[in-house]
Design a binder for this molecule. Structure first.
Ligand code: C2E
Ligand code: CA
Ligand code: CA
Ligand code: CA
Length: 284
C-alpha cells in the first residue's frame, strides 16, 4: 500500500512537473510574441437594441504559436499577467485596436466604439493613461470612441487606486466598462462611486433568459438593468445566443447585446464588411 501511495505521489509530482514546465515554456514563448508577430485581434460587434445600429466592437486577443498552436486567451492571459508581459502585450493590443478603428473610419465607419480589455496589472502597475494618450494621438482615434473593459474584481480589490486612475480616463473622454458583472462580489451601490460608464452583464446570467418558467437570473438581470440605468450607466448583455434572450433583453430595456446570435468575433476585414453591410441594410 505504501509503494502504491508513493507511485501515486510520483505520478502526481510528474504531472505537476509537466504543468510547471509547460507554463515556463509558454511564458518563454510569450516573451517573443509581439516581435514575432504571433498575436492578432478579432472583433465582436455589439448591437444597440433601440435603433438596430452596431454601436461598438470588442477587441479579443488571439495567439497562434508555431510551437503550441492556437493557445486560448483563458490559458495565456493569466501567464502574461503573472509574468508582467501583459504590459507590453496590452500596449500592442491597444495600438492594434486603435489602428484598426482608424482604418475603418477611413472606410466610412463612424460612431463605432472600440472596446479593449485591460487587466489589473496594466491599470495598476503601468502608465496606462500615457500609453492611451499616445496611441490616440498616433492613430487619430477620438477618445470618445475608445472604451476600456475592466473586471469588477480589479475595481473592488483596489478601489481607491483604481478610482483615481479611472478618473484620468474619464477626463480624456474614454469610456470605462465593468466586465463580467455579477461574477464577483461587488454591489451596484458600491460601483456607483466609481467613474464608470458601462456595465457588461456576464453570460452566466444571460444563459437562462427567455426560457419558460421563472428564473432567478431573469430577476437579477432586470434588476441590474433598472439599477444601472438609475445610475446613468449603459448596459451590455454578454453571450447572447438566442432570439428569446435578445427579445427578453429588449423588453427589459437593455441597451446593447453581444454574442453569437449577432456574430462571433471576426477578423478585421470581415468585421469591416459586416459593419459596412449593416450600415447599408440595418436589420432591427
Ligand atoms: P471576455 O472579455 O468576457 O470576452 C468574452 C468572451 O466570450 C470571448 O472569449 C468571446 O469570444 C466569448 N463569446 C462572445 N460571445 C459569446 C457567445 O455568444 N457564447 C459564448 N459561449 N461565448 C461568447 P475569448 O475571446 O476566448 O476571450 C476570453 C477572455 O480572455 C475574455 O473574456 C477576456 O477576459 C480575456 N481577453 C481576451 N482578449 C484580451 C485582451 O486583449 N486583454 C486582456 N487583458 N484580456 C483579454
Ligand atoms: Ca471583455
Ligand atoms: Ca466579459
Ligand atoms: Ca467572461
Amino acid at each position: 500500500a505504501k509503494a502504491a501511495g508513493r507511485r501515486t505521489f510520483l505520478r502526481y509530482a510528474d504531472a505537476m512537473d509537466g504543468d510547471i514546465r509547460r507554463r515556463a515554456t509558454l511564458i518563454a514563448a510569450l516573451r517573443k510574441v509581439v516581435e514575432r508577430g504571433e498575436l492578432r485581434l478579432v472583433y465582436q460587434p455589439q448591437l444597440v437594441l433601440a435603433d438596430g445600429r452596431i454601436g461598438a466592437v470588442e477587441a479579443l486577443l488571439r495567439w497562434n504559436s508555431p510551437e503550441h498552436g492556437d493557445v486560448p486567451p483563458s490559458q495565456f492571459i493569466p501567464l502574461a499577467e503573472e509574468s508582467g508581459l501583459i504590459v507590453s502585450i496590452g500596449e500592442w493590443v491597444l495600438r492594434e485596436a486603435c489602428n484598426t478603428l482608424a482604418d475603418w473610419r477611413r472606410d466610412g465607419i463612424d460612431n463605432v466604439l472600440m472596446s479593449v480589455n485591460v487587466s489589473a496589472v496594466q491599470l495598476l502597475r503601468s502608465d496606462l493613461a500615457q500609453t492611451v494618450q499616445q496611441v490616440l494621438r498616433e492613430t487619430g482615434v477620438p477618445a470618445n470612441q475608445l472604451e476600456l473593459e475592466l473586471t469588477e474584481s480589479v475595481l473592488m480589490a483596489n478601489a481607491e487606486h483604481a478610482t483615481e486612475r479611472l478618473q484620468t480616463f474619464r477626463r480624456l473622454g474614454v469610456s470605462i466598462a465593468v466586465d463580467d458583472f455579477g461574477t464577483g462580489y461587488s454591489s451596484l451601490a458600491y460601483l456607483r462611486r466609481l467613474p464608470i460608464t458601462t456595465l457588461k452583464i456576464d453570460k452566466a446570467f444571460i444563459d437562462d433568459l427567455g426560457r419558460p418558467g421563472d428564473s432567478e437570473d431573469a430577476a437579477i438581470t432586470t434588476t441590474v438593468i433598472a439599477m444601472a440605468h438609475s445610475l446613468g450607466l449603459r448596459v451590455v448583455a454578454e453571450g447572447v445566443e438566442t432570439a428569446e434572450q435578445q427579445r427578453f433583453l429588449l423588453q427589459h430595456g437593455c441597451d446593447m447585446v453581444q454574442g453569437y446570435l449577432l456574430s462571433g468575433p471576426l477578423n478585421s476585414l470581415d468585421c469591416l464588411r459586416f459593419l459596412q453591410d449593416w450600415q447599408n441594410t440595418p436589420q432591427v
